[in-house]
Design a protein around this ligand. Structure first.
Ligand code: ADP
Length: 295
């Protein structure tokens, strides 16, 4: 068949995030040196994927999140979101911060609305949208409360609603539950899992807690000590919904041990010992295990 037409290949949809050999350096004026925060950091994150990043304190996790958010720029490498090079913040991304970053003089409703104000997207649907996301995060009845009248967990719900109201394709979360108590944290994890199953955006979630990462993520990127590089990316093949009881599953415990193994035999650790991890063989509980900086 001489004149057969080649079938047109279906164009591959770009991943939500593509980072290739991203290097970030900070010039430190006081120390008069240059700190390499990330080195040749490469990862692809698919649409709708929940990616958790775990690694020792100071390994560059927040730096990576800021690069994706368009707030920090790499000195080398390529970073794309939704197929486009990152040149600054865009409306397709929203960040949820650890310290909530709420405006204290604004009510819940006004703080959530602020997400849309920042993007100049106030219109006739704003009121309904704000109410929809307030309800989604479980804050109905607290629309007129000020941040000082809310608990830490409730403040973080406001922060989450403010991000969700913009309907981002990518949600960037920097240790969002680090400042809330352990019980609230568990509740917030369940809530987040439920919300993202409804909203379906891609998520980059930074955490110090290995258990939190396993509970929430589709994949977990384990990052080496500074300069941060991807040590390994692990699939979390544990059925959802994952509850506290999931932590007793053999798969959960094996994955936890594997991640701890990667963190504790990090070759870079010898150079910059910044984490406090249990030694291999030390008994581990089924309680939350945290990667914390030394005191
Ligand atoms: P992580 O989120 O993993 O704790 P960060 O990305 O916050 O790590 O920081 C990585 C390294 O870069 C740390 O050593 C930190 O002190 C340094 N760093 C972060 N931001 C700056 C900055 N603006 N100027 C200088 N050094 C910075």
């Amino acid at each position: 068949m001489e004149n057969a037409v080649e079938p047109t290949p279906t164009p591959r949809r770009s991943p939500a995030v593509e980072a290739h050999d991203v290097t970030v350096t900070y010039d430190r004026l006081r120390e008069k040196d240059t700190l390499i925060a990330l080195k040749d950091f490469s990862i692809e994150i698919e649409h709708g994927e929940f990616l958790a990043i775990v690694g020792p304190s100071g390994c560059g996790k927040s730096t990576f999140l800021n690069v994706v958010a368009g707030l920090t720029f790499p000195s080398a490498g390529d970073i794309r979101v939704m197929g486009k090079p990152v040149t600054g913040p865009e409306t397709d991304r929203a960040v949820v911060f650890q310290d909530y970053a709420l405006l204290p003089w604004r009510t819940t409703e006004q703080n959530v609305r602020f997400g849309l104000e920042m993007q100049r997207r106030i219109d006739s649907e704003t009121k309904d949208k704000v109410q929809h996301y307030i309800k989604m995060v479980g804050l109905e009845g607290f629309e007129r409360a000020y941040p000082r009248e809310l608990s830490g967990g409730m403040r973080q719900r406001v922060g989450l609603a403010r991000a969700l109201v913009t309907e981002p394709r990518l949600l960037l979360m920097d240790e969002p539950f680090a400042a809330v108590d352990a019980m609230t944290r568990e509740v917030m994890q369940d809530e987040l899992a439920r919300i993202v199953s409804e909203t379906g955006q891609a998520i980059v979630f930074i955490t110090h807690s290995v258990d939190e990462a396993i509970t929430l993520a589709d994949r977990i990127a384990v990052v080496t000590n500074r300069p941060g590089r991807i040590r390994e990316i692990l699939e979390v093949d544990i059925p959802r919904p994952r509850s506290r009881a999931s932590r007793n599953l053999t798969e959960f415990q094996e994955l936890r041990d594997r991640i701890w193994g990667l963190l504790s035999d990090d070759p870079a650790k010898a150079v910059a010992p910044l984490i406090d991890v249990p030694s291999v063989g030390e008994p581990r509980t089924t309680e939350s295990t945290e990667v914390e900086p030394p005191r």
